[in-house]
Design a protein. Sequence first.
Length: 477
Amino acid sequence: MRSAWCLPAWSLLKLLVMLASLVPFFAPVAARAQGAAAPVVTIRDAETEAFLRAVAHPLFRAAGVDPALVRITLVQARPINAFVTTGNRMFINTGLIQQAEGVAELAGVLAHETGHIAGGHVARLPEEMRNAFLKSIGGMMLGLGAAVGGGRNVGGNAAGAVMLGSQSMAMGELYAFTRAQEQAADQAGVAYLDRLGWSSRGLVRLLGRMQDQELLAVGRQDPYFRTHPLSRDRLAFVTEHAARSRAGDAAYPPALEAGFRMVRAKLDGFIEAPLTTGRRYPDTDPAAAARYARAIAQYRSGRADLALQILAPLVRDQPGNPWLRELQGQILFEAGRPAEALVPLRDAARLAPAEALIRTALGRALLEAGDPASLRAAIGEFESSLRLERDNAFTWRQLGIAHGRLGEMPQADLALAEEAMLLGDFPGARMLARRAEETLPPGPPRLRAQDLREAAKRDNLTPEQRAQDDAMRRRQR
C-alpha cells in the first residue's frame, strides 16, 4: 500500500486539509477503534466490571479524579490494549486481562491510563493534531508556490523538499508530544501506585515483554505498542522507580489477586473455544478459577447439567460469592428452566444489590414465569436496574414487554420510547412517546413522554443524529 508521503503534492494537500477538518471528531473515533476495520464489540459482565472498578477506582482517587466521572468499557479483543478517549472514557481489551500474569500488570496499565486522564492528555490531543496538520498545510502552500514559479527546474525540486520538510517537522512535533504524554503518564501512574502501596513491578514486566514488539513489522505489532510508543527511557524509568520504591516488592491485596484469577478464568471460558479452555485449565487443576473456567466451557458446549455439577461445590466453598450464583441462574435460564433460575438469581441480587445487570437477569427470569405476580415483580426488578443504570436499552425493552403482558400499554410505549431513543431510532421514539403522552394520565410519566417526544424532534437533533434519523427512516420504508 502506498504511503501518504508518496502521493502527488496536490492530492497530499487535499488529504491534509480533510484530516485537519476532521480533527475535532477524529481522536475519539480513532481511539475507540484503534485503527481496526472491524466494529468494536463490547462485553457486559457484572463480575468483570465490579473487579475493574475495584482496581481502577482507588487509582482514580489517588489521582484526584472522581470515579463517578470515568466510564469503563470492556472491549472483546485479543491484543493487549487499554486506552482513554474524550469524555473520560476508559476502554480495556479482554486480551489485557487474559494475557496478564497477575493483577499487578493490569493495575500498572490502569495506573498509566489514569495518568492520561488526570493530565488532560486526551483533551489536548485534538489541538496538537490540528496544529501539526496546519503546519503541514503551511509548508505545502509554500512548496506549491515555489513549484508554480520553478516548474520542472531546480526550483520545482526545492519545492518538494520544502513540503516534505515541513510535514516531517510537524509530525515530529506531534510524535514528540505523544512520547512526552506517555512518559508523563508513566511518572504519574507509578506515583499513584506508590500512594496505594501497590508495586509497580507488574508494569515493568509488561513493558519488558512489550519491548520485543519493537523488532516486529508495524502490521504485526500489538496495538498497545503502536498507540503507546515504548522507549528505552520509559522502561528504564519504571524499572528504576520499582527498584527504589517502598512498595516495590509489596504484594497486592489477596482479594484483588483472587478476583483477577476468577475474572481471567471467566473470560477464557466464555471467549476461547472449549477445547482451548480445557487445555489451559485441565481436570487435574483443583483451583477455584480452573473449576470456574471448566464449568463455563461445559455450559458453552451444551452440557448444562455438568456445568451445574462443577459449580455446586464452588458455591458451597464461597457462599457469599454473588457471581457464582449469577452464573448458576444464567445457565438454568438459558437451558429453558427459568423457574429454577429464580433461586440463585435472587441470592445473587441479595449478595450484590447494586449490580444493575443482576437485577435485569432476575427480572428476565420473573418475566418468563408468566403469572401476574411474577410480572409485577419483574417490573420492580427492571425499575431497580434502571435506577442504577438508566442507559441500558435492553432493560428498557424488557420493562416494556412486562408492562405489555400486563395490558399496561401506555407504560409499555413509554419504556419502548426510552429504548428507541437510546438506540438512535428517533422516528420510533417520536411515535411511541406521542402515543404514550396521549394515553398516560397527568403526572411524571406523561411529562417524561413529552420530554422524549421533544428530544426526538429533528430540530433538536445534532447533525449526526439527523443523519442517523434519515437512515432509520429509509430502512423503515
